[in-house]
Design a protein around this ligand. Structure first.
Ligand code: ZN
Length: 444
C-alpha cells in the first residue's frame, strides 16, 4: 500500500537555481516524494475561502512557511553529555579548554555514552528542523564501530548526513591507527543516509607521516576530509614552529584538500589562503557561537573571496542552525556590512549549503515535483504574500526566530505540531543514565 500524506495551505519555498520560489499550495506526498503541487491563492486563504475544504484526512499547515531542511555542517555529537561537569584545571585559553575538557572527555566515552549522545542529538536536531548533519566524532578509547553506532541511531529517526572519526596523534600510534581504520571502514560501507568523510582533528596534532599515510589512503575514495582549520591562532603557531609550514600548506602538501573537503572555522587565515581554498572548491563551515564561547576570534568576512563556499555549523554547541545563520547575519551587519551586502551574504550561505550537501546527497530536495519530501514547516504564517524578493526579510526576522512546527523527512512525520512522533520518555532516561556515568568518570 502506498504511503500518502496530503498537506493543505502550505507556503512552500521551492528552490530554482540560485533563487527561491515561494508557492502557496496544497501538497500530495507519496512514498517519500512530492507527488503533486496544487497552487492556490494566498489572498483567498486569508479571506477564508478555503475553510470549507478542511477535513481530517489532511494535515492543515494553516498558511505556514515550509522550507528545505536545516543542515549542520560541523557537529560534534560526542559532546552532548558534557553539561554541568566540574572542570578541573584552567580553561583560560583554547589549548587549555581542549586539554582540560575535550581531550579528557573524549577518552572516557564508551559505546553506551556514544549512543546516548546520538539520541540526544536526534531530539534536539529534529526539534530545530536540522535533519542533515555533518558530524566529526571522537572517542579514542572506543573507536571500532563507533561511527556505525551514531549513523544507525540517527538513521532510525530519518536523519541523514556524513560522519567521520577525528584522527589525531595525541594519543599514540595505536589509537591513530584505529582511528584511520574506523574512517576507512565507514567510508567503505557508505549507506543511503550516512556517507563517510575522512576525519582529521587539526593539523597541529597530526604528524607528517600520518598525513602522508591518510593521503595515500584516501586518493581512491571519492570523499573529502573534515578537519578543524585555524580555529585558534595556536593552530598556525604550532604548525609553523613544529613543521615550518602553515596548516593549509601542510594540507596541500599532502594533497588532502579537494572540492568535497569541509574545513571547520577557518578564522586565522590569510587572504591568499582563502583564495586557494576557493579555487579548489572546498568549503569553510562557520561556527560563530562556538568561536565566541571559546574566545578564539571571528572570521573577517571582508577577507573572503566571492567564490569561497561558506556553510553554517554549530561545533557541538547545539543543534539550532537557525541561530547560527542569524548570528552570521548580525555579525556581518555589526562589522559594517550594508543591508544589501548582508542579505547577499545570507543568500550566498543558503545556496552554498545546497551545492555542498548535493556533493554527498545528489537527491537533496529543492522541494520541486518528484523530489524527496524533506521539509520543515515553521510556526510562521507570513504577514504578507511571500515572493522571491521579500522571502529573505521574512526568513531573517521571522522564520529564524520561530520554531519548526512540523518536520517531515522522506515523506514521514518526525515532529507534528511540536510533538516528536516517537516515545521520548524511555530514551530520555537512558540519556540521563549515561550523562551521570560520564560525570562520575570525568570528576573522579
Ligand atoms: Zn569542531
Amino acid at each position: 500500500m502506498k504511503n500518502i500524506i496530503y498537506i493543505k495551505n502550505i507556503f512552500l519555498v521551492q528552490i530554482a537555481g540560485n533563487q527561491v520560489n515561494p508557492v502557496f499550495c496544497d501538497l500530495k506526498i507519496e512514498d517519500g516524494k512530492i507527488a503533486e503541487i496544487i497552487p492556490k491563492e494566498f489572498n483567498a486563504f486569508v479571506n477564508g475561502e478555503y475553510d470549507s475544504e478542511i477535513s481530517k484526512d489532511y494535515y492543515d499547515a494553516k498558511g505556514s512557511v515550509a522550507t528545505i531542511p536545516m543542515i549542520n555542517f560541523h557537529e560534534h555529537i560526542y559532546s552532548r553529555l558534557a553539561k554541568g561537569l566540574n572542570i578541573k584545571g584552567s580553561t583560560e585559553n583554547f589549548h587549555k579548554i581542549l586539554k582540560n575538557l575535550w581531550w579528557k572527555l573524549d577518552l572516557m566515552l564508551d559505546e553506551d555514552m556514544i549512543r546516548a549522545s546520538a539520541l540526544m542529538t536526534v531530539f534536539e536536531s529534529i526539534r530545530n528542523g536540522t535533519t542533515y548533519i555533518f558530524d566529526h566524532h571522537s572517542s579514542p578509547n572506543s573507536t571500532k564501530g563507533s561511527l556505525k553506532v551514531i549513523a544507525d541511531t540517527l538513521s532510525e529517526f530519518g536523519l541523514r548526513g556524513t560522519i567521520c572519526f577525528e584522527v589525531t596523534d595525541r594519543n599514540g600510534l595505536e589509537l591513530t591507527k584505529q582511528a584511520v581504520q574506523e574512517n576507512y571502514d565507514f567510508i567503505e560501507s557508505n549507506g543511503e543516509n550516512f556517507k563517510g568523510m575522512f576525519g582529521l582533528h587539526a593539523s597541529f596534532t597530526l604528524k607528517d607521516q600520518t598525513l602522508r599515510f591518510v593521503s595515500n589512503l584516501i586518493k581512491d575514495f571519492e570523499t573529502g576530509i573534515h578537519i578543524h582549520l585555524c580555529e585558534d591562532k595556536i593552530d598556525r603557531e604550532i604548525s609553523e614552529k613544529k613543521f615550518d609550514a602553515s596548516p593549509l600548506e601542510r594540507l596541500f602538501k599532502f594533497n588532502l584538500v579537494n572540492s568535497k573537503s569541509l574545513l571547520a572555522h577557518g578564522i586565522h587565515l590569510k587572504k591568499k589562503e582563502y583564495r586557494k581554498i576557493a579555487e579548489i572548491g572546498a568549503a569553510i563551515a562557520l561556527n560563530p557561537d562556538s568561536n565566541m564561547n571559546n574566545s578564539v576570534g571571528l572570521p573577517e568576512f571582508k577577507k573572503f573571496p566571492a567564490k569561497l563556499k561558506l556553510l553554517p555549523g554549530t561545533d557541538g554547541m547545539h543543534s539550532n542552525i537557525s541561530k547560527t545563520i542569524k548570528q552570521l547575519f548580525l555579525l556581518y551587519r555589526h562589522y559594517g556590512g550594508s543591508f544589501a551586502d548582508t542579505f547577499s551574504f545570507l543568500q550566498r550561505i543558503y545556496f552554498n549549503q545546497i551545492d555542498f550537501v548535493k556533493k554527498y546527497f545528489d537527491d537533496f530536495t529543492t522541494l520541486n515535483l518528484n523530489e524527496r519530501a524533506d521539509l520543515i514547516i515553521w510556526d510562521y504564517v507570513p504577514v504578507n504574500q511571500l515572493t522571491a524578493e521579500n522571502f529573505w526579510g521574512h526568513f531573517v526576522y521571522a522564520v529564524l526566530e520561530r520554531q519548526p512546527k512540523t518536520v517531515i523527512q522522506n515523506g514521514k512525520f518526525y515532529l507534528k505540531d511540536f510533538q516528536l512522533q516517537f516515545n521520548v520518555d524511555s530514551f530520555e532516561k537512558e540519556i540521563i543514565k549515561q550523562g551521570m556515568r560520564l560525570k562520575e568518570k570525568f570528576e573522579s
